[in-house]
Design a binder for this molecule. Structure first.
Ligand code: C2E
Ligand code: MG
Ligand code: MG
Ligand code: MG
Length: 292
C-alpha cells in the first residue's frame, strides 16, 4: 500500500511538473508578441511619507494583458528572465518609466515625484545597458536624480564584481539605486556597502505581523536600525493596515508603499493624485499668516 501511494505521489508530482512546463512554454510564446502587440502597460503605485501620507514617488509595476486575461508579473517576470525576453521587456519598462518621469517633471518641476523602476538582475548582464540608459535620458528629458532603480539582492550573489561596475556607472549618470525585497535574499551585507545604494525596500514579509506581534516588531526594528546605520532611507512595502502604518511611524520608517494608502494606479489616476496634492500644498502656503 505504501508503494502504491508512493507511485501515486510521484505521478501527481510529475503531472504538476508537466503542467508547469506547459505553462512556461505558453508564457514564453505569448511574451514574444507582447511588446509589438501592445499587451504591456504600466501601473504606478504611490510611495508616501510614512507619517503624513504625502506622495513622494511611485513604483512602476508592469502589467501584461494578453487576450486570455491578465497574468501576474510574479509569474511572467521569472519566465521572461529564464528565456532571455527580460532584456526587451526591461528596456520597454525603462523607457516607459523615463517617459513618465519626464512628463511629471514638465508638469510639476521641483515638485515632481520620482519613479522607481524594477531592474532585473539579468538586465545587468546586457552589455549596452548603461549606454541605453544614457540615450533614454537624452531622448526623454527625464530628471536622472528622480529615477530610482530597484535591484534585488540576487544581483550581489553572482558576477558581483561585474554587477558592481555596471551599477556604479548607472549611479554616475545621476540615477539612484534601491535594494528591493530586502531581507528575502542572501546577499552579504559587506557587498551591499560597496554599492552606491540610497534606499532599502523592506519586503512585505517583514511588515506582516507587526500590527500584532512582538517578534515581528523586533525584526522590523533591527532592519530599520541596520538601514539607518548604513545611512539609507527606508521604504516598507505591502502595508495594508492602519496599525501597521502607526507601528512603522513609531519605529521611524521613512516611507510606505501599500494598499493602506494606495493601490497601483493607471498613470492618469496618479497624475490626478499629484495635481490634488500640489494644489493643496499651494493652498496651504497661501493661507500662511501674513501672506496674501
Ligand atoms: P515588487 O517589486 O516587490 O513590487 C511590489 C509588489 O507588491 C507589487 O506586486 C505590488 O502590487 C504589491 N503590493 C504593494 N502593496 C501591497 C499591499 O499592501 N498588499 C499586497 N498584498 N501587495 C502589495 P506586483 O505588481 O504583482 O509585482 C510583483 C513582482 O513582480 C514585483 O515585486 C517585482 O518583483 C516584479 N515586477 C513587477 N513589475 C516589474 C518590472 O517592470 N520589471 C521587473 N524586473 N520586475 C517587475
Ligand atoms: Mg520593486
Ligand atoms: Mg519589493
Ligand atoms: Mg516584494
Amino acid at each position: 500500500a505504501v508503494k502504491q501511494r508512493g507511485r501515486d505521489g510521484w505521478q501527481f508530482f510529475s503531472d504538476q511538473l508537466q503542467a508547469q512546463a506547459r505553462e512556461r512554454l505558453a508564457i514564453t510564446h505569448g511574451l514574444r508578441g507582447a511588446i509589438a502587440g501592445q499587451e504591456l502597460s504600466a501601473r504606478f503605485q504611490p510611495i508616501v511619507v510614512a507619517s503624513s501620507g504625502q506622495v513622494v514617488g511611485a513604483e512602476l509595476l508592469l502589467r501584461w494583458h494578453p487576450k486570455q486575461g491578465e497574468i501576474s508579473p510574479a509569474i511572467f517576470i521569472p519566465v521572461a528572465e529564464a528565456s532571455g525576453f527580460i532584456a526587451q521587456i526591461g528596456a520597454w519598462v525603462l523607457r516607459e518609466g523615463f517617459r513618465a518621469q519626464a512628463a511629471w517633471q514638465r508638469r510639476w518641476g521641483a515638485q515632481a515625484p520620482y519613479v522607481s523602476i524594477n531592474l532585473s538582475t539579468r538586465q545587468l548582464g546586457v552589455p549596452t545597458l548603461v549606454e541605453d540608459i544614457a540615450a533614454m535620458l537624452r531622448d526623454t528629458g527625464a530628471e536622472p536624480a528622480r529615477i530610482l532603480l530597484e535591484i534585488t539582492e540576487t544581483a550581489l550573489m553572482t558576477d558581483v564584481e561585474a554587477h558592481l561596475r555596471v551599477l556604479r556607472r548607472i549611479a554616475d549618470l545621476g540615477l539612484r539605486l534601491a535594494v528591493d525585497d530586502f531581507g528575502t535574499g542572501y546577499s552579504s551585507l559587506a557587498q551591499l556597502t560597496r554599492l552606491p545604494v540610497e534606499v532599502l525596500k523592506i519586503d512585505k514579509a517583514f511588515v506582516d505581523g507587526i500590527e500584532a506581534g512582538r517578534e515581528a516588531c523586533t525584526v522590523m526594528r533591527a532592519i530599520i536600525g541596520l538601514g539607518r546605520g548604513l545611512g539609507l532611507k527606508l521604504v516598507a512595502e505591502g502595508v495594508e493596515q492602519r496599525e501597521q502604518q502607526q507601528q512603522l511611524v513609531a519605529l521611524d520608517c521613512d516611507f510606505i508603499q501599500g494598499y493602506y494608502f494606495h493601490r497601483p494606479l493607471a498613470e492618469a489616476g496618479f497624475v490626478e493624485l499629484i495635481d490634488r496634492q500640489v494644489g493643496a500644498e499651494r493652498g496651504a502656503l497661501s493661507l500662511r499668516p501674513g501672506e496674501r
